[in-house]
Structure formats: C-alpha cells, structure tokens
Design a protein around this ligand. Structure first.
Ligand code: MN
Length: 501
C-alpha cells in the first residue's frame, strides 16, 4: 500500500505583537510542544511540522503560498494561541488551496484556580482567539473542520486522525488516473457522468483505452512469470480440484494469471491507480478478469465494473484514506434482498470483483461459468466478509454537482452459501432495510458502492468538505420525511452557491 513517510501536515499558530516579545517566545515554545505531541500521536499517520508563529498578514500569505506549492504538504492545522486579529488572515485564507483544520485548544487543561492572573489569561485565550478565526472562515464561506478539546486528549487525536486521512484521500483523489477499458456497459445510466466536471471538481482524470492496449500486455507475459504467480495462488488460496495441477480446468488458472500480470503491466506503465472494464467489451481477452481485479484491489487499486469510473476512483481514494487500518475496502454491489422480518438484510456481491481485503476465513479459488459476456469461465476468489460495523459509499453525478452518498450498515453472518460462486457480504442497512433502501433510492444512489470496514462517516464528511461536494448520510437517525426535505434543501443550496460547473 501507499508509503506516507514523505507527506506532511503543517502546524501553524496565530498570534500578534500586542503582547510583547516575551509572550511571543512563549507562544512559539507552546506551539512546538503541541505540534511535537501530535506528531508523536499513535493515531495520525502523517508527520506534523511546526511552523513559525504568524503575526502579520504578509507572513500568513507567504506561508499559505508555500503550503500550496509544496506537493508533500497535504493540509494545515491552525491553532490560535492568542487573539490573532483575523483581517490578517483574509488574503492567506483566500489563496489557500489545501485542507484546513482549526484546532481549538489551549496549553493548560485546567484553570489554575489559586494562581490564575492576567498573564496566564493572555497565554490561554484561544477561547476567544479561536472565535475570531472562526468568524473570518465562516464570513469567507470556507470549509474546514473544527476540533475542540485539550491537545492531550485521545478524542482530539482521533478527530485529527480522521481529518488527516480525509486529507490524504483528497490529495490522492486529485491525482488519480483512471483507465477506462472498453467504455461503459451499454445503456446503463448511473455509471456514466461528466468526466470533465469530475476533473474540474475532484482532480481525477478518466481516459478510455481499447481492450487491444491491454491484450498486447497480456500476450507479452512470459510462461515463467505465469508459473510463479500460479504458485502464489496455490500458496494463498484453497484451489478447487479442477484448478490444481493436472486438473481439467488448470488452463483457466494459467490464463487468469496471465491476465493479472498483463493488467499489472498495463496499469504500471500508464501510471494508473484505478481502472474499469466491462464484460461486454472483452475482445481479445479469454475471460473477464476476476481474480486479477480482486488481487489488484487488494493491492490498493481502485476498481469499478461496467465502466464505473466514479466508483473506481472512490474505491482508490478510500483505500488510501484507510492506509494502515485494520479491515478493508471493496468495490461492492447491492445484489439480493433477504426480506425475512427477523433479519431484513442485503446480500452484497458482484459477478466476480470483490476485494479480499474484506474477507474473513478461508479464501477459495474457483472457476465457474459466467452467464453473460460470452467468454470462457473466469477464475475468481470466493469468500464471505466478516461481521461488524461498515458503510457503503457511492459517488453519483446529478448533472449540476456530485453527491457522495453514505449508508452505515452492520455486516452480519450469512447462512452457508454452498452454491454461490462469488464472494459476498451480508449486511443490515441503517436505520433498517425499508428506510435505508428507500432513502438511498430517493437520493439517486448507485447500485455500485465502495464497501468499507474501516472508514467512518466522519472520514467521508471531512473528505466531501475538502472536495466541495455534497454529502448525504443515511444512518440510524434517518427518517424519510426530513430526509426528503434535506434533499430539497440541498438542491437549493447547490444552486445558490453554484458549486460545480
Ligand atoms: Mn455491476
């Protein structure tokens, strides 16, 4: 997965000259102390760099310009140690194009009741200094996160971690290159969208390629490399008898391995971190990539089936956000309902492409016919996902804006599925299947999603604010009448603010 060691968050401190030189030296020492503690936090995966105290408009502008220009800086943590008159922040905030979190904290946790005097008060005045900073951000209609609490508190570190991961996803989203192999599944609407608008709003680029471009790479794969990869399959998965050496379907396994190696080469050469394909346009490929897409996803690639470039990019961004966390993220599709009143749930799966990062238990490697596409039987990994809290997220194009739709779910244990030839996960959507699915459909949510075991709504909330896109959440509090009203309100909001293009 991604190496994060070169990335930085800049810790900036606001103050002014009113308090004298000594106070400013104290401010700098305190800021360093907090920045160092956050840098050592076990939560935040990005290193934190302390920057000199900002006391003048020109210093703020200079720092913001440097942050914008620094490719490794993925966001700023701002602390108003003292009162920093906010007019000095206007120009800098206006030009800043990196995510900002306002850390609303102070040096001492407790008021020293016996000794407190005005000197102490001057060095512990974030309570009003932070409000001045908050005003100018709100006055300028700037999206940012506000984290309140003492800097040693776990909850503060956790919130900063969430925001840092969102910033990581946002930095990634702006540079994702999606290869769209074979365009869109014919006549399907939700997987389409405005790729130019996506690049303007989100930064990601999406470009189409012929299957022939990929087939060339597949054909060039050496038998030796295929043999090596098949050994890896044998070591990691429980192979179906017919796929084992001298099994009657062994050739399918060799073909699948060759496809995987060809795809890896194609993606690597093009610098792609996400891709789509479609079972309708596979000219020259023997089988629809199954195990290949599954294993590429497990290595961090974004994937979207049937030409779904938005989901491919989202899967990639979410995988990057979740770097180093337990659990996985996968391309997913709401497949089949279980309407049993005792356990109303959704069986999520796809024709092949579910990421083994969400698997629990044995992963089997199997080959079965695929009813559509007219190609040879594809090899795939078959497993079920673990139980526990999770969420589904979809990125949809509403014509005037992008909407990120999130539904929290509880993954549950399915009954045995001896005849299901694909990987799957069973979940109960929040607040329940009736309201959850109705709300999803009313919001125009896609059947394709990114299923995440390790990201929470807050990660995607922070991400959506950085990207300037709409976020709609369906969770245990969702109630349909007010949900519909929220959608109507959002329609007005996004028209007024001309978010989008
Ligand atoms: Mn699909």
């Amino acid at each position: 997965m991604k190496n994060l060691s070169h990335l930085e968050l800049w810790f900036i401190t606001g103050s002014q000259h009113l308090y004298g030189k000594e106070a400013l030296q104290q401010v700098a020492r305190n800021a360093k102390k907090i920045a160092r503690a956050l840098d050592k936090s076990t939560y935040i995966p990005i290193k934190i760099i302390h920057k000199p105290t900002l006391t003048q408009p020109a210093e703020v502008s200079e720092l913001m310009t440097a942050a914008n220009a620094n490719a490794n800086c993925i966001g700023l943590i701002a602390w108003m140690h003292t009162f920093s008159p906010a007019k000095m922040w206007i120009h800098g905030l206006k030009i800043l194009n990196k995510p900002l979190v306002h850390l609303h904290t102070q040096l001492n946790r407790d008021i020293p009741w016996e000794t407190i005097d005005m000197d102490y008060m001057n060095l512990h005045q974030s309570a009003h200094g932070g409000r001045e900073f908050g005003f100018i951000n709100t006055r300028m209609r700037l999206n940012r996160k506000v984290v309140v609490g003492h800097w040693k508190e776990d909850s503060v570190h956790q919130q900063l971690d969430t925001w840092a991961r969102a910033a990581l996803g946002w930095q990634e989203m702006q540079q994702i290159k999606v290869a769209r192999l074979g365009d869109n599944m014919r006549a399907v609407a939700v997987t389409e969208g405005d790729k130019v608008a996506a690049q303007i709003q989100l930064g990601m680029s999406v470009n189409g390629f012929e299957m022939g471009n990929l087939v060339e790479k597949v054909e060039a794969v050496s038998a030796k490399k295929v043999k090596q990869l098949v050994k890896e399959y044998e070591a990691n998965y429980q192979l179906m008898k017919v796929l084992k050496a001298r099994g009657e379907k062994r050739q399918s396994l060799l073909d699948a391995a060759k496809i995987e190696l060809g795809m890896r080469q194609f993606l690597k050469e093009g610098g792609f971190t996400a891709y789509t394909n479609t079972f309708e346009n596979l000219y020259g490929l023997k089988q629809l990539p199954g195990i290949a897409s599954q294993r590429l996803m497990a290595d961090g690639y974004g994937f979207g089936a049937e030409g779904d470039w938005k989901t491919a990019a989202l899967v990639r961004a979410m995988k990057v956000m979740a770097t180093g966390l337990e659990g996985g993220n996968s391309f997913m599709e709401d497949y089949t309902y279980h309407f049993d009143p005792d356990r109303r749930s959704v069986l999520g799966a796809h024709m092949l492409e579910i990421c083994p990062s969400i698997a629990s238990g044995t992963i089997r490697c199997e080959v079965h016919p695929l009813g559509i596409g007219g190609k040879e039987d594809p090899v795939r990994l078959v497993f079920t996902a673990g139980e526990g809290p999770a969420l589904n997220a979809a990125l949809i194009d509403l014509g005037n804006r992008f909407r990120l739709l999130v539904n929290t779910v509880e993954a549950i244990e399915p009954d045995p599925l001896p005849n299901l030839p694909v990987a799957s996960v069973l979940w109960k959507p929040h607040p329940n299947l009736s309201i959850g699915a109705a709300a999803w459909i009313l919001a125009g949510g896609a059947h394709h999603t990114c299923f995440s075991q390790n990201l929470r709504v807050e990660h995607l909330e922070d991400f959506a604010e950085m990207a300037g896109i709409e976020l709609v959440v369906i969770d245990e509090h969702t109630e349909l009448r007010s949900f519909k009203q929220d959608l109507r309100n959002n329609e007005i909001y996004y028209h007024l603010f001309k978010q989008g293009f």
